[in-house]
Design a protein around this ligand. Sequence first.
Ligand code: SF4
Length: 291
Amino acid sequence: MFNTGKELLELTKQFNCNISDILIKKEFEVFELSEEEVLNKTRVIYEIMKTSAQSAISNPDLYKGHIIGGDAKKMSIYASKGNSYCGETLNLAMARAFSTSEVNASMGLICAAPTAGASGILPAAIITGSEKIDADENSILRALLTSAAIGELITKNATVSGAEGGCQAETGTAAAMAAAALVELKGGTPEEALNASSIALKNVLGLVCDPIAGLVESPCAKRNAAGVANAMVSADMSLAGVKSIIPFDEMVETMLRVGRSLPFALKETALGGIAITPTAKKLEKKIFLKE
Ligand code: SF4
């Protein structure tokens, strides 16, 4: 139905609807699913997201990886004190992003959106954003469909793999998906949704993938916490009327071009960046000797 952001916007104009409505039409065309069936399937995903975003806050001892664990709980306690720089909403969103990352690091159930490494961003943004504006479930599920449209466009036209495009492709895409979802959730236009995605992508353009010991734990979890902040500030910028100078499709093409120009050492090989610092190498040795 659509291969570019421009085509997606044209469809929303043609049918005078939101991005999520186009996704529902597409699911009918491709899989003959009714709107109710699409929303029911999306609800299953949302339930997984809600659980992963809370589990490591409630039970930090159950969700430890080789390197990370406990940060979701720390962030949520800090959020509740009410004296942070970023405010309770963003701190709580960061706690939730940490939670999903910690669940992932301990091989728990997460929804890879778009990947396991970046799986903390979208749930944290959607859950926290919907709480903030008291959104109903139908709007939340539709916002998730909007995020899926952005993920589909980036997958088709660039990459969502850290091994191919660096962390900009993983946590950048997740933030772009979440930013568009937050815009639609708050009643923004399809143009504003794509604009928010463009801003989110440019905010982390060139971000490398350099996981310590090759494990999807560190710096991944912190990039998820920062990624949900990226999604929220990008959505707010767009809803305030701030325009991305570079349109969505060009940002996606740019992300792919930058990803291709990154050296092999910075694309999930653990041969560069943070992964080869003395501290990281010491940790790597400790982890693999233990095993
Ligand atoms: S650093 Fe690499 S493995 Fe970790 S989240 Fe980013 S892209 Fe994924």
